[in-house]
Structure formats: structure tokens, C-alpha cells
Design a protein around this ligand. Sequence first.
Ligand code: CA
Length: 313
Amino acid sequence: MVIAHRGACGYLPEHTLVSKALAFAMGADYLEQDVIATRDGALVVLHDIILDNVSDVADVFPRRARDDGHYYCIDFDLDEIRTLRISERRNPDGKRKFPGRFSLNSGRFGIVTLEEEIRFIQGLNRSTGKNVGIYPEIKQPQWHRSQGIDITADILHMLERYGYRSSSDPVYLQCFDHEELARVRKEFGARIKVIQLMNSREDYPALEEIARYAQGIGVSIGMLCTGIDGDHQPILSSLPDEAREAGLAVHAYTFRADKLPDGIPDFASLLELFVSRLKVDGLFTDFPDLAVDWLKQAPDNAIPSSNAASQEM
Ligand code: CA
């Protein structure tokens, strides 16, 4: 299963609608949304709670930074957010984070609400006859609560409104906060598929515990391939086998053709390792076309459970 990470952000600025349209056309199975809130409680699709690194906020609202120097989305109303222009992601030094990607500050790209993006994807599904799914991430739920917004409740409400209600609907809800995901089940009684994001083993419940509320785990590629041994062979983790044993799917992030892990010569080798050998069920990638093309030519037994199976979870 190919999950377009922030859209086709290897080619167009992340989380813009054009980036999502491109990923859709490239054949991604799911399109990812990172979701954060504005001051007036709108849900917008942005990776960071700050606007600094992908927008012109410092030019448009130079006086609105907090004492730490950052411009927080939650300090702006949606009307203000809509005046900002999105650009290719920058490092704090102002240079592109990925030098080979889209030009800086060229093009009129704006910030999209979760609702607009859902309508956009559902519209494309209608016009193409496809059933591409959504993959929203609840970003920093505890921080949002500290700022007065229950972002999880708001996201679930939006998903419900647009027909994402049951385990067979084309949606995965993801979050790093395991208490929040348990809350999604217990407090809200949500039945949609849930993915526990993890960036380590230590800070999360045991896999058997995660399996009580989640259908899968979303893990970094560094947790699955921990390095290269003396014979230049990848050192593979037993985590995928353990997860499958616990009844959990494994989705891995992030597959980037322009940022390969040490010791991996090219993107095809990276996919071969994770799909054919580690048998992950889903790939978060900035380059959905490359993953889709690779999966098309991969031997049948290399193709993971993919859409058909994941729909049943
Ligand atoms: Ca994300």
C-alpha cells in the first residue's frame, strides 16, 4: 500500500492541493494529512504547529511571533492563514531542506483546511471512479488541549461528517500519542482504522496492548533496518514479525529517493529490502510514482497485503 507522505512532496510543496492531486494521479492508495488547528478552531493541513518553515508568515505578519521567535498557527484565525503563501520546506537558514526539490517561493500555493482536502479527494474519487483513502494524523493533541482545542474530537467529527465511520472505510487515523489513540476508542467509540505511530520501542505500550486499539503500527525505517553490518548487509529488526504476531499491520516511514539510509545504494534497493524482505504492509513515501512503479514490476510474492486486505481491518 502506497501512502503519499504529505502528498507527492518530492515534487511539489508538501500538503498543497496540487501535491495531493499529483499523488492521486500517480496512483497512491492513501493521501496523508497532518492536522493542526487555528485560533478560531479550523482544522488545517500542515506538518508543524509553527508556520515558519513552509510559509511567508514572517513577511506578512512580522509582529506576530511568540517570545520564542516562532509563528504558531494557533495564534492566527483561518482568514489570516488563508493570506499566507506556502513554499517548499526551508531549513532555519532559509535554504531548501531538500535541495533537489521544487523551487522556493515560486507559485501561489495556499494552506488547505482538512474539510477542503477531504472534499477535494472525494471529488477526485467521484470523477475517476477510484477510492483513494485519507490518512490523517492528529498532531500534538495534548499541546492543542493546553491551547484550548480538543483537536481529536474535532477531527473525528469531521471524519464522521464525510462518511469515514467504520473499519471498512478508506481511512487510517494516525498519532504518536498512545493515550490519545486509546481515547479515540474508549471515549469517542470510533470504529475507523487506527495506526499507532512509533519512533522508538521504549516509549510505547507492548504490541499486544497496542493491538487492543490499533490495526497497525507506523514505524520509522530506522527502527526496521538498524544499520549495516561488517559484510555490508542490512541489520533487520524482528519488529515486523512481532507486530504480525500481535495482529498488527506495519506501515513504515519515510521512503525518500533523495535521502536514502546509509548503505542503501538506490530507491529500488530500499523498496526491495522493506517490501520483499521485511514485508511491510504500507509505505509512506514522498515519491509515490516510484513506489507504485516498483510495486507493479515486483514479483507477486513480494507484494504485501495491500489494499484489499487492509480494507478488511
Ligand atoms: Ca505525518
